[in-house]
Design a binder for this molecule. Sequence first.
Ligand code: ZN
Ligand code: ZN
Length: 142
Amino acid sequence: MIKTKNAARTRLSKFGIKPSLHRLAVMEYLMGNYTHPTVDMIFNSLFPSIPTLSKTTVYNTLKLFEEKRAITTVTIDGKNMRYDADITKHAHFQCRKCGAIHDLRIKDEIPVVVDNPENLLLDDCHVYFRGYCEECGKSYVL
Ligand SMILES: [Zn+2]
Ligand SMILES: [Zn+2]
């Protein structure tokens, strides 16, 4: 826990974010839960121990983190924005049945090679896969 707290503090300062109590708590949660949580999941976990926290604060904090690129967002869900403290390049997989989101390591530096005749400055890329996780795949019938 203390290790995550220090890591959260380091991450905030590295990205020029002032470490308020709420910001630290949200970052600590994300760095301790690599499950791609939603705003609701983060709020519901933190609220019992931080009653001064509101859902709006959590949302605004995540927005700030994203703007500063201290975290990344995952929109694979289609319904809810998911948040990810893992800012290394990786792809995401969502199981069609249980909805769990898994990380997939990317073997090459650039995951997708595209033609770019207009010289667009590309600085972000999201790679999403869908299918069935191992458990759900057992009961999958075509
Ligand atoms: Zn599944
Ligand atoms: Zn991820």
